[in-house]
Write a protein that binds this ligand. Structure first.
Ligand code: PEP
Ligand code: MN
Length: 338
């Protein structure tokens, strides 16, 4: 439930409601808009309702929230959320590109990818150190060594860095090196991992599960947010369908659907969505046109020799060309890309 305050409600009125909620053992989630303040009620609201809150000073009306996700809900927070990562803004009118190799293979490979990403205009460097591979015999990632390269290259390039955490152990290590955590498709409903990420204060990029509905995805975001970390970014990376000509099917409609349900920033990953290098440019343009807040794209200095996902990785020249081609789409969508 949310308590919508009157436009002329005073700070005292707002604090009165917040204190009542705390006294009842509930949590209050404040969202201050330009003219009205909304107080989200987190917890069992029945005790609060017994106090007749609609009669409390400054209260305009009470609105029930039927969805099980609350803090992620647009009704709790009508303004779009902007997340700041070392000066790079994600959401709220910005267009942010995260790029880099699927897996960190060596310091040189990561450094080359980082400069390729940065020179083309990407703001954030991605790189997998713990790889959730389908086969146990495939390259599994450099783990902590890879993260030390990331931290070093962040200092050299000034780019914030993101890596995937696949376990609680990986999370404990990664928080010492990176600026954003990624929870991948295969772990979208790993509730222990979601809760642990919610106890950190790093932004979390939460990818959509292979067969997850939007409702399940938003509930997964709520797991992170309900632990106190509200810096969640959603990443659509394609879903499983009957179609086999692409690795997954990019659910472009997820963007407007999410916009109507949540205030969280939305990123599209056309690399994992398609699995095919040639489709990344048109899908990236579609992502910008549909109003996504940015992209995550795999870039490798030499895709033919990549240890993972080479077929969907762009080389530096193709990535630079794509970023140029994207600019008019980003501009038409009314977003800032700096
Ligand atoms: C990745 O980004 O490297 C990755 C494994 O993606 P996903 O979880 O979307 O498959
Ligand atoms: Mn990959």
């Amino acid at each position: 439930m949310i308590v919508v305050m009157q436009p002329n409600a005073t700070e005292e009125h707002i604090q009165g409601i917040v204190n009542t909620l705390y006294e009842l053992g509930l949590n209050a989630h404040l969202s201050r808009g330009e003219s009205i303040t909304i107080i989200g009620v987190v917890g069992d609201k029945s005790k609060f309702l017994e106090k007749n809150p609609q009669l409390m000073p400054g209260v305009e009306r009470l609105v029930p929230i039927s969805e099980s996700y609350k803090i992620a809900n647009i009704k709790f927070h009508p303004e779009p959320t902007t997340i700041d990562v070392r000066g790079v803004k994600i959401g709220g009118g910005n267009f942010t590109i995260m790029a880099g190799p699927c897996a960190i293979e060596s310091k040189e490979q990561l450094l080359e990818s980082a400069w390729a990403a940065k020179n083309a205009g990407a703001q954030i460097l991605r790189g997998g150190a713990y790889k959730p591979r389908t086969s146990p015999y495939s390259f599994q990632g450099l783990e902590e060594d890879g993260l030390t390269y990331m931290a070093e290259i962040r200092e050299q390039t000034g780019m914030p860095v993101i890596t995937e955490i696949t376990s609680l152990r990986a999370l404990e290590t990664a928080v010492q090196y990176v600026d954003l955590l990624q929870i991948g498709a295969r772990n979208m409903q790993n509730f222990e991992l979601l809760k642990a990420a919610g106890k950190t204060n790093l932004p979390v990029l939460l990818k959509r599960g292979l067969s997850a509905t939007i409702d399940e995805w938003l509930n997964a975001a709520e797991y992170i947010m309900s632990e106190g970390n509200e810096k969640v970014i959603l990443c659509e990376r394609g879903i499983r369908t009957f179609e086999t000509s692409t690795r997954n099917t990019l659910d472009i409609s997820a963007v407007p659907v999410l916009r109507s349900k949540t205030h969280l920033p939305i990123i599209i990953d056309p690399s994992h969505a398609s699995g095919v290098r040639e489709y990344i440019a048109p899908l990236s343009k579609a992502a910008a046109a549909v109003g996504a807040d940015g992209l995550m794209i795999e870039v490798h200095p030499n895709p033919a020799c990549a240890l993972s996902d080479g077929a969907q990785s762009l080389n530096p020249a193709d990535f630079k060309a794509l970023c140029e081609e994207l600019k008019p789409f980003i501009q038409l969508a009314g977003r800032k890309f700096e």
